[in-house]
Design a protein around this ligand. Structure first.
Ligand code: FPP
Length: 248
C-alpha cells in the first residue's frame, strides 16, 4: 500500500461508535454489530502498527456503558475476552504492546485475567502500544489522579506546591501515554463522550458519519492526510503572523 503521509500522529484515539445502528440497518440484533466491530478493530490495529503509529487507544467500553441492557454487557464482555485471547498471536507478530486503562476491577474476573495475560505476554514488545479503554471514564481518571496526589501529600511524599502538569501526568492511568494527536469518531456524533479528557486537550478531531463496522484502512489514511493539513498552533499565533507583528 503506497500511503506516505508527511507526518504521522504519535497517538491516535478512536471512539468506535455505530455498531448498534449498523446491525439495526440490517435487521440484526445490536450485538451482531459489535461482533462485526471486532473485525474492524483487528484491521485498524494492524494498519496503525504497520504505519508506525506509537499508540492507538480504543474506547471499547465506557464507565457509562454498564447501564446498557445486561444481555448486551454480557455479550460485550465475552467478545472482549475472546478478542484478547485470539488477537495475542497477531499482537506478537506485529510487535505490539498491549495495555488497558479504566476501572478494570469492575470487569468480570475472566476478562481481568485475559487482560493480565495479554499485557504480560506482550510487555517486551517494542512497537506500537494498543490500549483499550475499558470501564473507562475521563472524569473518573481525573478523580483517581486527585486521590493519588492527595494521598502523597498526606504521606508527606510531596508538597501541594509540587503539583504541576508533569506530576498530574505521572499519576494518570498510563503515565507514559503521549498526548492525543488525532481523535477519530465514527457514527457522526459531535462530542468527546468522556474519553481521555486530560490527553485530548490539543487533539485534532476527525468525525465521520460512517458506522464503525464500515470503517476501513482507506478512511484511516484519509484521517491522517487531513491531520497533515491542519495547522497545530497549541495556543500560539501562526509563524507568519508572529513575524508580521515583530516587523511593525
Ligand atoms: C458503540 O456503538 C460501541 C461500543 C459501546 C462498544 C465498542 C465495541 C466494539 C467495537 C467491539 C468490542 C471491542 C473490542 C476491542 C473487542 P453503539 O452500540 O453505541 O452503536 P450505536 O450508536 O449505533 O447504538
Amino acid at each position: 500500500m503506497d500511503f506516505l503521509p508527511t507526518e504521522l500522529p504519535r497517538h491516535i484515539g478512536i471512539i468506535m461508535d455505530g455498531n448498534g445502528r449498523w446491525a439495526q440497518l440490517r435487521n440484526k440484533p445490536r450485538i451482531w454489530g459489535h461482533r462485526m466491530g471486532v473485525k474492524t478493530v483487528d484491521i485498524i490495529t494492524s494498519e496503525c502498527a504497520r504505519l508506525g503509529i506509537q499508540q492507538l487507544t480504543l474506547y471499547a467500553f465506557s464507565s457509562e456503558n454498564w447501564q446498557r441492557p445486561g444481555e448486551e454487557v454480557t455479550y460485550l464482555m465475552s467478545l472482549l475476552r475472546r478478542f484478547l485471547l485470539t488477537e495475542l498471536r497477531k499482537l506478537q507478530e506485529n510487535n505490539i504492546r498491549f495495555n488497558a486503562i479504566g476501572k478494570l476491577d469492575r470487569l468480570p474476573i475472566r476478562v481481568q485475567d485475559a487482560i493480565e495475560h495479554v499485557r504480560d505476554r506482550t510487555s517486551h514488545n517494542t512497537g506500537m502500544t494498543l490500549c483499550l479503554a475499558l470501564s473507562y471514564g475521563g472524569r473518573l481518571e481525573i478523580v483517581d489522579l486527585a486521590k493519588a496526589l492527595a494521598r502523597k501529600v498526606i504521606a508527606g511524599e510531596i508538597a501541594i506546591e509540587d503539583i504541576d502538569e508533569t506530576l498530574c501526568q505521572a499519576n494518570l492511568y498510563q503515565p507514559d501515554m503521549p498526548d492525543l494527536d488525532l481523535l477519530i469518531r465514527t457514527g457522526g456524533e459531535m462530542r468527546i463522550s468522556n474519553f481521555l479528557l486530560w490527553q485530548v486537550s490539543y487533539a485534532e478531531l476527525w468525525i465521520t458519519p460512517l458506522l464503525w463496522p464500515d470503517f476501513t484502512e482507506q478512511y484511516l489514511h484519509q484521517a491522517i492526510v487531513d491531520f497533515n493539513k491542519r495547522e497545530r498552533r497549541f495556543g500560539k499565533v501562526p509563524c507568519q503572523k508572529a513575524l508580521a507583528t515583530t516587523s511593525v
